[in-house]
Design a protein around this ligand. Structure first.
Ligand code: PGA
Length: 254
């Protein structure tokens, strides 16, 4: 198979963390990236809470660091109290939106088909969709990882997915925020499988180019090993994205 590694993406998901003062961490990140001797060898993204997205967009302006939302509604607008549309995220400065994060799937009962519609809403608004997949600890212990990930991929992938509008993030649920990670061999196996399925679903060219991020307890100390695994094209980072220093340690893996 031709080696055509997509440019990696290191994306930070701040989850429900961050008041206005958190933009200072982003400012530190901007300063460090601008002051570095060489350009980062990966794309960098931060997905802050929607309440400070505009502020973060101002902070990151001109830095090359992109911003994303953490979730979106399927509709453009309407009577959906508390929800946020992809168009609103775009308007506030986002270039991408995470959809189907396991915390959304668990806390809000989001199904694969809803995740797919959310990814399509992101595309409608001109945002890249970061589609999250991953098995639970129980599914893993039953040996169902590949089956679950395959089902989620097929049913969550938006119509018209390509390497410009779509990124896949494999995040084993049991590895999120726990400090536990799968073995290198396990990650290689799942990412290899996702790559194979993407090629089968979307054809060689697109299937090879779509980035597949790994997420779940990525930190500076394990980033180099994890990012070096075949078919791992970057990271989706939770806890270690909250402090610029920690996040820079992950970016430095490239
Ligand atoms: P974590 O979260 O890095 O804190 O494990 C990852 C994620 O949920 O995206």
């Amino acid at each position: 198979m031709a080696v055509n590694r997509p440019k990696p993406l290191v994306a930070g998901n701040w989850k429900m963390n961050g008041l206005k003062a958190a933009a200072k961490e982003l400012a530190l990140l901007v300063k460090a990236v601008a002051g570095a001797k060489s350009k980062p060898r990966c794309d960098i993204m931060i997905c802050p809470p929607a309440t400070i997205l505009s502020l973060c967009a101002e902070t990151a302006r001109g830095s090359g660091i992109k911003l994303g939302g953490q979730d979106c509604h399927t509709e453009i607008s309407g009577a959906h109290t508390g929800d946020i549309s992809a168009e609103m995220l775009k308007n506030a400065g986002a270039r991408a939106c995470i959809v189907g994060h396991s915390e959304r799937r668990t806390d809000h009962g989001e199904s694969n088909s809803e995740v797919k519609r959310k990814a399509e809403a992101a595309h409608r608004a001109g945002l890249m969709a970061i589609v999250c997949l991953g098995e639970t600890a129980a599914e893993r212990s039953l040996g169902k990882t590949i089956k679950i990930v395959g089902q989620q991929l097929k049913a969550s992938l938006p119509e018209g997915a390509d390497h410009k509008n779509c990124v896949i993030a494999y995040e084993p649920v049991w590895a999120i925020g726990t400090g536990k990670t799968p073995t290198v061999a396990d990650i290689a196996k799942v990412h290899g499988y996702i790559r194979k399925r993407l090629i089968a679903l979307l054809g060689d060219e697109t299937g090879m180019k779509i980035k597949i991020l790994y997420g779940g307890s990525v930190k500076a100390s394990n980033a180099k090993e994890l990012m070096g695994i075949s078919n791992v094209n970057g990271a989706l980072v939770g806890g270690a994205s909250l402090k610029a220093k920690d996040f820079l340690g992950i970016i430095a893996a490239y």
